[in-house]
Design a protein around this ligand. Sequence first.
Ligand code: 13P
Ligand code: ZN
Length: 269
Amino acid sequence: MKSILDNRPALAKQVNDVAEVAGYLWQKGWAERNGGNITINITDLIDDEIKNMKPISDVIQIGRQLPNLKGRYFFCKGTNKRMRDLARWPMENGSVIRILDDCSSYVIIADNPVKPTSELASHLSMHNYLIGRGSTYKAAVHTHPIDLVAMTHNPAFLEKDVLTNLLWSMIPETRAFCPRGLGIIPYKMPSSFELADATIKELEEYDVVMWEKHGVCSVGEDVMEAFDMIDTLSKSAQIYLTAKSMGFEPTGTTQEQMKELKEAFNLPK
Ligand code: 13P
Ligand code: ZN
């Protein structure tokens, strides 16, 4: 079957990276059933032939206007599709969409009419926000990491920056490679615009946000970077939980040691 990826190595690389990350999410046990979703802004890789491709779906409403997305293109995981299947067959479990000129609707253009993720409101709102602030970030990843989600069942961890500081203090890598920390969003209905709005509000300060008792959402230059930040935070959570299960409270690196890292790595916070 003909694919939009044929003879487009740069686009194929982006989609293959999504597939690779989808495989990691499954292997880590973060992607039960259809859990989690990934979208990437592929507009920079779109040529005239793609621009002229006919829709393979009806016009689908987003439900809100996202003015920065006019004429943009995204590869999106399909709703109800499994990460473990996206890993092996990305174009059967995801699709390329084109945002129409009204900025509030889209069509699917390739390869199959796979309806995008139910979290599209959040994903597109994040891309709209990122473009608006002049960011070069292209990827958004949402997943259900066991350790990080478990921590949100403790109200003390939901206070601003409590988890950020705890996770930063477990291993220097987390301080260095997730330098804006972890934002917390109180529980909201999955797929809702309320969740989308709360998410973009937190992106003003964080690259990774926690959806209480649900999952994590992260944005980055590319899908690998977005994944790596969640992976790093999860590693810290596991170190914390391992210490606790050995029967002691981990001491954590000191404020002084964290300050030293901030200076050495020229970190934003
Ligand atoms: P989708 O299958 O619609 O992407 O939903 C998965 C999910 O994690 C919802 O929050
Ligand atoms: Zn989810």
